[in-house]
Design a binder for this molecule. Sequence first.
Ligand SMILES: NC(=O)C1=CN([C@@H]2O[C@H](COP(=O)(O)OP(=O)(O)OC[C@H]3O[C@@H](n4cnc5c(N)ncnc54)[C@H](O)[C@@H]3O)[C@@H](O)[C@H]2O)C=CC1
Ligand SMILES: O=C(O)[C@@H]1CCC=N1
Length: 271
Amino acid sequence: MQNRIAMIGGGNMAGALVAGLVAANYPGEFIDVMDRNPPKCERLHKDYGVNTHLEAGDWLKSADIVVLAVKPQGMRQTIESIRPFLNSKALFISIAAGLRIKDIARWLGSDNLVRAMPNTPALVKAGVVGLYVPSALETKKKLAQSVLSAMGEVINVKSEEELDLLSTVSGSGPAYVFRFIEALEEAAVKRGFDSEGARRMAILTVLGAAKLAVSSTDSPAQLRINVTSKGGTTAEALRVMQEKGFMEMMDEAVQAAYDRSQQLADELGRL
Ligand SMILES: NC(=O)C1=CN([C@@H]2O[C@H](COP(=O)(O)OP(=O)(O)OC[C@H]3O[C@@H](n4cnc5c(N)ncnc54)[C@H](O)[C@@H]3O)[C@@H](O)[C@H]2O)C=CC1
Ligand SMILES: O=C(O)[C@@H]1CCC=N1
């Protein structure tokens, strides 16, 4: 018997999970999505054949797995609205950044809760999905993994702390890479390339480098050295990046993301 999966929130990440599940032949009729935005519901129904709902109701009682996919700031209120309709045996998967299990479990009135952290490349099934399963729920790990693997590669972590750290690297990471692409594109445009050509050059360079890094036995450091001829052009560019503190900047950026995740969890956990 197929598990019924309910998504609470039908935005970017839930949409990516729905797309991945349906592409993996999970029947849309076993998936329910709740989103208060009617056009989002219509699109998900039309594209994937899932059942959609503008609000909670009896339909939620049959869900075996409930994915909590609203923004952290709206989570408590949303849980309040769904709580009367929850199946006490359901496994809950929160993908919200920061929010701690103890707080969400209190709002839900259930300890049957794991936390996951996907990233937006899940939209093309190339995501990294961190997963933290408390030891008391070890028997549910396979189930959570099988659902989340529809978004990409699942990485198990041993603590919520580790999940928050993973979030600063792979969760937010696509934004860092897009920023890098924007910078490379802008530098190319400044030097006379048309914007379409510059964009393509920047995107394909990042794609090619990532493909090479994933398939090579060399480390990224070695791959960088392979590009960098002694006394050549790349060496000059890397010298400027070093002088401008590229490594330190990345380190500080990752730390700022982590600090914000703790701040968010503290603020929202007090509610
Ligand atoms: N965007 C990202 O890169 C990542 C986001 N996350 C987490 O995933 C969660 C969802 O993020 P996104 O999908 O990007 O957000 P989103 O804003 O695209 O989706 C949230 C959806 O929830 C709906 N919603 C909010 N409150 C509702 C309510 N009470 N009833 C019904 N529908 C409601 C909104 O209409 C919206 O469509 C967040 O908690 C975020 O921290 C996790 C990893 C990566
Ligand atoms: O920016 C955020 O809070 C979420 C978590 C990781 C990516 N997006």
